[in-house]
Write a protein that binds this ligand. Structure first.
Ligand SMILES: Cc1cc2nc3c(=O)[nH]c(=O)nc-3n(C[C@H](O)[C@H](O)[C@H](O)COP(=O)(O)OP(=O)(O)OC[C@H]3O[C@@H](n4cnc5c(N)ncnc54)[C@H](O)[C@@H]3O)c2cc1C
Length: 390
């Protein structure tokens, strides 16, 4: 395991840090700034800022230069993610496009798809959604029933997707659709790239317990998509999806560690403010999550070292997902216990604004579900990494 970065990577860190300090408005750090915005305004600010960042050359860090990326190393990407957290930069508004779709298009897209998709995505001109989950198909994705019927040069799509991140702000959606009538399970599915700005597509927000609607449901009612807007071969969408999902592998988790470690300090400050920092049970809990956090840091450096050496982690990536998501959730469960009777409040007696912390505590419930639930990750680890019987 290598715990250091190269001189070139550290130079990149300095350059990025200077740009961020000059380009993140001070008001974004003002308590209550983000909470006062509605979903649309929040999204617009983040979208514009991310476009400016891309135009300044700080996007697609590991993408080849021919696609407008920086051609950087995995270490540079880890530094980039870490610096975004340290600068309190807003989260990307295009995570599904940038993480999953772009590398898949680079790998198996047609020339026309590469040209039409990658540049506009990098500049945030097109926000991509992921249309996999359905009311009857989540972990068991092969149970999906959204149908595409061939009509001349087009497919006509009918069905419903759900839990679609950015549904109401999305421009296009990469969608798993059953295009072979009568096909079952993994066969006969295609990945269609559907324009969401058409009358046959209706995206509706789903209100979460935090009050935000960062995901929604998408209804297809005779939506049309040209057959040329299929990523990979028609009927071979399962293979395309497996390739697409593999691009999450190699995400090292360093930035998660950095973010969670800062949140840990904020949680300790809440315990101090409430005089609970001397409670031996709370101290024990805090020590336990701090230990988990340090394990996450070391695991992340291990993953980064492996990826830097060109090793594909394969199914071991399930262990990374399990580790960061469960550590995050444990951390925020300790916060809930510290709050006690203040759990329903927005502020502490000393004036501390709890809203951003409460939002994280609520968000933490979701991380062991999306991107493959913890139970499914444990199955994968048991069967595919450890070779245990089914
Ligand atoms: C915040 C958030 C954002 C999301 N964004 C998107 C998105 O943009 N696009 C998209 O397509 N989807 C998205 N999802 C959906 C997500 O991928 C699904 O919620 C997830 O795949 C689980 O599916 P499900 O909700 O249908 O639960 P189910 O699959 O019905 O699972 C219910 C429970 O059963 C367990 N379980 C299921 N199968 C097994 C098994 N074989 N062994 C053991 N236990 C099992 C699960 O772990 C879970 O506890 C998002 C979800 C969330 C929470």
């Amino acid at each position: 395991m290598d715990l250091t970065y190269s001189a070139a990577e550290e130079d990149f860190r300095s350059e990025l840090r200077s740009w961020l300090s000059a380009n993140i408005p001070d008001e974004w750090s003002r308590p209550g700034f983000w909470e006062a915005l509605d979903d649309d305004e929040d999204f617009r600010i983040r979208r514009d800022w991310e476009r400016d960042k891309a135009l300044a050359g700080f996007a697609g860090i590991q993408w080849p230069t021919e696609y407008g990326g920086r051609g950087g190393t995995p270490g540079m990407k880890a530094i980039y993610d870490e610096e975004m957290v340290l600068a309190n930069a807003p989260r990307t508004v295009n995570p599904l496009g940038l993480t999953f779709l772009a590398p898949t298009v680079m790998a198996i897209g047609t020339d026309a798809q590469r040209k039409e998709i990658i540049g506009p995505m990098l500049r945030n001109e097109v926000i991509w959604c992921q249309g996999f989950s359905e009311p009857g198909a989540g972990s068991d994705l092969a149970a999906l029933s959204t149908k595409g019927t061939r009509d001349g040069d087009d497919f006509v799509v009918n069905g419903q997707k759900v839990w679609t991140t950015n549904a109401v702000h999305g421009d296009k959606i990469f969608t798993m659709v059953r295009t072979e009538p009568g096909s079952e399970k993994h066969r006969g599915i295609s990945m269609l790239l559907i324009d969401m700005h058409q009358s046959g597509v209706d995206a509706r927000p789903l209100r979460q317990m935090s009050g935000a609607s960062e995901f929604g449901e998408v209804f297809f009612d005779d939506a049309r998509v040209p057959a040329t807007d299929c990523l990979g071969e028609i009927g071979d969408g399962w293979r395309t999806a497996m390739l697409l999902l593999s691009f999450e592998r190699g995400a090292s988790g360093i930035s998660q560690y950095t973010e969670f470690r800062r949140q840990y300090d904020e949680i300790v400050a809440v315990a101090t403010s409430l005089g609970r920092d001397s409670d031996p049970v709370i101290r024990n809990e805090l020590a336990r999550v701090l230990t988990e956090l340090e394990c996450l840091r070391l695991h992340s450096m291990h993953v980064l070292t492996q990826v830097e050496q060109g090793r594909d982690l394969g199914f071991e990536a399930s262990m990374t997902k399990l580790q960061w998501s469960e550590t995050f959730q444990d951390l925020w469960e300790v916060y809930d216990r510290i709050l006690g009777e203040y759990a329903t409040q927005d502020t502490l007696p000393d004036g501390t604004d709890l809203r951003p912390l409460n939002a994280q505590a609520m968000w933490s419930r979701s991380v062991t579900i999306w991107g493959g639930s913890s139970q499914v990750q444990r199955n994968i680890t048991a069967e595919r990494v450890l070779g245990l019987p089914r």
